[in-house]
Design a protein around this ligand. Structure first.
Ligand code: MRU
Length: 344
């Protein structure tokens, strides 16, 4: 199914008996939704990056559990719970770094373990709550994050953290949206190699909202900071450890190091579903490595080539380089001092 010019960007649309997923691999050229009716399809949509971004992955997985229940309850009323649990285990293997995936699946699994009068209605309500809560958290974080930006003339963001990466509105991009509505400021976006979430998604998403953005090559970030054009770097997160260390898209750590050198503030915006209170530091975060083909020109992929590629797609920024972590439960300034445990 193909749609043109949506009024607002929606990565995920729940229809009641299927999940429509905007294929982000085709943006910005084509707006096309794929329709999934089972957990295996949702697993595939996450693995292939049709849907991406930590909160959006968690929400998609929650709906995947509902689809699994719809399928197995009808086909095998005796053993349906065990089959749904198998699908949950499979969904948990789709991507390793974003903790929102495991957080959402745990919530669905805990509900499944309860005696349910109307399992489909209750599982659906839980997935819809996860989705709605994420949008509400983003709107709240947008406002409190914008408070921090008062007087800022320019910001740089990395990857895509907008409606495409979340239930709606966005985390870091939500703060930029809210701040821009209060008072226009210069917005720069790094292209985010190798998958180009910044170039293909962020500037497109901002354009849908009539927010002008300037794209830069990732390698131009230091020079941009040197010009004095930006006061803040604003990013999202895939997993935040209890001490405030933050895993996010590869390149975030470099930006934080550069920000320190140039006296630029560094803000992380993420709902508390992105905080992994079970780990003490970023050293315990599994970093996803994707296929070399995402980096290497095809000529080097042929057998016999001695050229290889290392493609980690996240890195960990130490809390000591972060000025503020903004969540829906409050802001932690200088997280290196006491971490984010107080938000649990
Ligand atoms: O590999 P991706 O595109 O799923 O990575 C997304 C990011 O790293 C985002 O910055 C992060 O999930 C925060 S999005 C609200």
């Amino acid at each position: 199914m193909t749609q043109q010019n949506p009024l607002s960007v929606q990565a995920l649309q729940w229809t009641g008996d299927s999940l429509k997923v905007l294929d982000q691999r085709q943006l910005p050229d084509t707006i096309a939704y794929d329709d999934y009716q089972d957990a295996a399809g949702v697993f595939d949509a996450i693995v292939t990056m049709r849907v991406r971004g930590a909160p959006a992955i968690g929400i998609a997985a929650a709906y995947g559990v509902v689809l699994s229940a719809q399928q197995h309850l009808a086909a095998d009323p005796q053993h349906w719970q065990a089959k749904v649990r198998t699908d949950i285990d499979k969904l948990a293997q789709s991507r390793p770094t974003a903790v929102n995936l495991f957080w959402a699946l745990e919530r669905m699994k805990a509900l499944l373990a309860q005696p349910l009068e109307n399992p489909l209605a209750e599982l659906t309500a839980c997935a819809e709550h996860i989705h709605a809560d994420d949008i509400a958290a983003n709107r709240l974080m947008g406002e409190v994050g914008a408070d921090l930006l008062q007087g800022a003339k320019g910001v740089l963001t990395h990857c895509n953290t907008g409606a495409l990466a979340t239930g709606g509105y966005g985390t870091a991009l939500g703060v930029i949206r809210s701040a821009y509505r209060r008072k226009p400021l210069s917005v720069f976006a790094g292209e985010t190699r190798p998958w180009l979430q910044g170039a293909r998604l962020t500037v497109w998403e901002l354009a849908q909202d009539n927010i002008p953005a300037t794209l830069i090559a990732d390698s131009a970030a230091a020079w941009l900071m040197q010009t004095g054009a930006i006061d803040w770097i604003i990013v999202g997160a895939d997993r935040i450890a209890a001490n405030g260390d933050t895993a996010n898209k590869i390149g975030t750590y470099s930006l934080a190091v550069l920000a320190k050198h140039h006296g630029v503030n560094f803000m992380v915006v993420a709902p508390t579903s992105t905080i992994d209170f079970t780990i003490d530091s970023g050293k315990q975060i599994a970093i996803e490595e994707r296929n070399a083909s995402e980096l290497l020109p095809a000529a080097y992929l042929k057998g016999g080539s001695i050229v290889s590629a290392w493609n980690p797609v996240f890195d960990v920024t130490p809390a000591s380089l972060i000025t503020a972590i903004v969540t829906e439960r409050g802001i932690v300034l200088n997280p290196a001092e006491q971490g984010v445990r107080g938000l649990s």
